[in-house]
Design a protein around this ligand. Structure first.
Ligand SMILES: [Zn+2]
Length: 169
């Protein structure tokens, strides 16, 4: 199981210290909190609280319950979270990163790249071929670009993320 300290560190990286403060407050609230309560108890401006809650809800880190205020037309929104929600949201996020990296790895592995020694423009094999292996900006001869290091790096990163994600679920 991923320890809570790690989850909080990632949340702080994604949403800043204010995002972390909000999550910490909501974790302690049994019955959720309204935006005004969160602003009052953390000292974060109402607009920032609203923006952060919205951003965090997009990724499933927080959610709200809506209840009617008595007989009025007004609604109460109480925001909440719990450790399961946080872990699931983080896990989903890591899965997305893995997907992007895997696509990139496939691209890097399946194509050779060419680079202009003057202005460092990068061309795929097809692009270089179409231009007779010359730079379209300065006509210099292109050199084949060694992307083995990028591939190795991507593979290591993927291995690490997959291991990390198997710990969260
Ligand atoms: Zn060039």
């Amino acid at each position: 199981m991923l320890v809570e300290a790690d989850v909080m560190k990632v949340i702080e990286k994604m949403y800043g210290p204010d995002g972390r403060k909000i999550i910490e407050l909501l974790l302690k609230a049994d019955n959720g909190k309204t935006i005004d309560e969160i602003a009052q108890e953390t000292g974060i401006r109402v607009n920032d609280v609203r923006r952060l809650l919205y951003e965090m809800s997009q990724e499933g880190f927080v959610a709200y319950l809506r209840s009617q205020k008595g007989d009025s037309l007004w609604y109460n929104y109480r925001w909440y979270t719990n450790t399961t929600m946080l872990r699931n949201a983080l896990s989903k996020r890591i899965e997305n990163v893995i997907k992007v990296l895997e696509e990139r790895l496939e691209y890097e592995t399946g194509t050779s790249f060419y680079i202009c020694p003057n202005d460092l423009s990068i061309y795929t094999f097809e692009e270089a071929f179409e231009n007779n292996f010359q730079c379209i900006h300065c006509q210099a001869d292109l050199v084949e670009f060694d992307n083995r290091q990028i591939i190795t790096h991507l593979k290591e990163l993927l291995k690490m993320l997959k291991k990390y994600n198997s710990l969260t679920s």
